[in-house]
Every structure is written in C-alpha cells, then in structure tokens.
Design a protein around this ligand. Structure first.
Ligand SMILES: [Zn+2]
Ligand SMILES: [Zn+2]
Length: 338
C-alpha cells in the first residue's frame, strides 16, 4: 500500500517552492507515518532553501499532526495520537546516551544531509518519520501553536532554561527578536529574571517583546554594555555576536544561536573573556525533545509561553508567501496549515 502525498519541492535553489504529488510507502518496522496538520517555517528552512545541501530534499522541520500508521516495532505512539515533530537523534552514540541529543554524533547525517530534512521533511501532507522524532501531546492543543515548539521555540527557550539557567533576579539581554529571540524573552520571564532587555531594530518587534515579558526594549545602537549577567544572540552576524558578548558584566555568559550554515569567524577580545565571561553555541537550545516539549506545553497552558502571539497561519499552497513574509520580517513565525 502507498500513500499519495503533496510535497513542497524547491524548483531551483532559492525557490520558489512548487507543490508536487509523490507517493510514500507504508511505515517500515521502526517508522511512524504522520498526517501533517501544521508546519512552521523556520529560519533554517530559508537558509537551506537558498543553498540546498541535498537536491530534491523536502524541507520543513516544525511539523505537528496526527499519527496515521506505525511499524511493528514502534511503541511510543499509536494511530490517532497527536504529535509534535522535532529533530532527529540516533539514541546510541556517547552524547545521546548522556542526554545530549542535540549533539548526537550523527546529527548532521540525520538532520541535514539525510533523505529526510530533520528526519521529518514536513513541508508535505504526510511524512514518514521515526519514533525518536515524535512527541505525543494532548489532543486539545491547536496544531498551529504546537508546530513551532519543535525547533524555534525549543531553541530560544532552551537557550535560557537549559543552557544559561539564569538565577532569579538576573539581568539577561536578547539580541534579535524573531521567534527564537522572543521565545528567549518569554523563557527569561519564566526563569524569574528581573531585567530582560530586548534588542532589535524593528519597533513593532520591540513592542511585542515588552508585551511578552521584556522589561526594556531598545534599538541595537542603545544595546547595554558591560551590564548583563546573560545574553542570547539569535542572528549569527559577527557584529551581533560581538555586541552580545560586550553586553556582559563580569562574569557573564553568552549563548549564540544564529545559524549561518557556513564558516563564520568572529573576533573577540580575549581580555574580556579573562574576567570570567564566556560564549558558547547551542543547537536546539540543548533540549531533549521528549522531555522539553512537554515542559514548554506546561508553560503554554499556564499562559507564560503565549506562542500564538508570534504565529501567522498560511494555507499550504501559500508557502511562497509565507517564506517571503518571513524573509521580509513581516511574519515572525509563519505556520503552514494543511
Ligand atoms: Zn546520537
Ligand atoms: Zn529550525
């Protein structure tokens, strides 16, 4: 038996996407067939679409939907379950066995260069994925708010809650207010930071950050210097990384999240690091999806992680409009609905 699937395929590097018909087979023993209901558009989709790593690969890595069928060896989910799809990990390497799935030895192969993008390729009406890619969730939650939890929200919120772990009363700055940065703002609020400075050139995004828990919102020209316990950098541009490190008091910590998909040298003053300052990167906010996504849902239910404030929905057929809106910065988190 095969399933007819509509996928959004890149017609050429840089797009546009074209909807095409394909067929996929029944799930193998360890596979899960998911009918997508919503898929977020993440910055990494845009970066990869501009320079495809694997020709013909279907992008999309913030899927949410309903389990349609499972293979014989699958025990974590069953048909009818609602699931969030997240990144893929092997479960066998040294890092996976220590709970560091975001640094799985096979991360590149399973998420970027493999047959399925992030193990899910969810710009599609159906996808075959693995048990490790899916997180079962309650059935009362809207899929369009669940989808972004799988990557963007996990990355920004995880950078704060899993990586930096600010003490109550800390001062934390967030550089760039896309979905990742705004998730970091909400998480800093959850963590009990006293001062949360949101930095972005876009006044509308600064205004939203203030509604989502930032205590101050400023233009990059007015970014703090030498004042913060923690900073979160969400662009990856060398000047922004430098500004995020410069914002730190001694001994502050910076986490950089901006994905460039290529070498990206940044010049830092070693003297500034001597005073206990540190900078590190993070993939997916160090989140173990099966543990962290339920935690994010708990915060969402408490009203402390209002993901819906960032979401704008588009029909699947409007994927090129959704991507263009994300590129222009008009939509913070476009979510395709099927
Ligand atoms: Zn692994
Ligand atoms: Zn992503």
């Amino acid at each position: 038996m095969t399933y007819a699937v509509t996928v959004a395929d890149l017609s050429a590097p840089g797009g546009p996407f074209e909807l095409r018909q394909r067929e996929i087979s029944e799930p193998g023993p360890d596979e899960v067939l998911v009918r997508l209901v919503a898929t977020g558009v993440c910055h990494t989709d845009l970066v990869t679409a501009a320079r495809p790593i694997v020709p013909g690969q279907i992008l999309g890595h913030e899927g949410a939907g309903v389990v349609e069928a499972v293979g014989n060896d699958v025990g974590a989910v069953e048909p009818g379950d609602h699931v969030v799809l997240s990144y893929s990990w092997c479960g066998e390497c040294a890092n996976c066995s220590r709970g560091r799935m975001a640094y799985c030895a096979r991360f590149l192969e399973l998420n970027y260069v493999g047959e399925r993008f992030f193990g899910q390729s969810s710009f599609a009406t159906f996808t075959l994925t693995s048990e490790r890619n899916v997180i079962r969730v309650a059935k009362d939650l809207p899929f369009e708010f669940l989808a972004p939890l799988g990557c963007g929200v996990q990355t920004g919120a995880g950078a704060v809650l899993n990586v930096l772990k600010p003490e109550k009363g800390s001062a934390l700055a967030v550089f760039a207010l896309g979905a990742v940065g705004l998730s970091a703002v909400m998480a800093a609020n959850i963590a009990g930071c006293d001062r949360i400075i949101a930095i972005d050139p876009n006044p509308a995004r600064r205004a939203l950050a203030l509604e989502l828990g930032a205590t101050e919102a400023v233009d990059p020209a007015d970014a703090p210097r030498g004042a913060m316990d923690y900073s979160v950098e969400c662009v990856g541009h060398p000047d922004v990384v430098k500004a995020a490190v410069k914002s730190l008091a001694s001994p502050g910590q910076c986490v950089t999240l901006g994905f460039k998909g290529q070498r990206n040298p940044v010049e830092l003053d070693q003297m500034a690091l001597m005073n206990g300052r540190g900078v590190r990167g993070s993939i997916e906010g160090d989140g173990i999806p099966q543990r962290f996504i339920p935690e994010l849902i708990k915060y969402h239910r408490q009203g402390r992680l209002p993901v819906e404030r960032m979401v704008r929905t588009y029909a699947f057929a409007e994927i090129n409009e959704a991507v263009a809106a994300a590129g222009r910065g008009d939509a913070i988190k476009p979510v395709l609905v099927f």
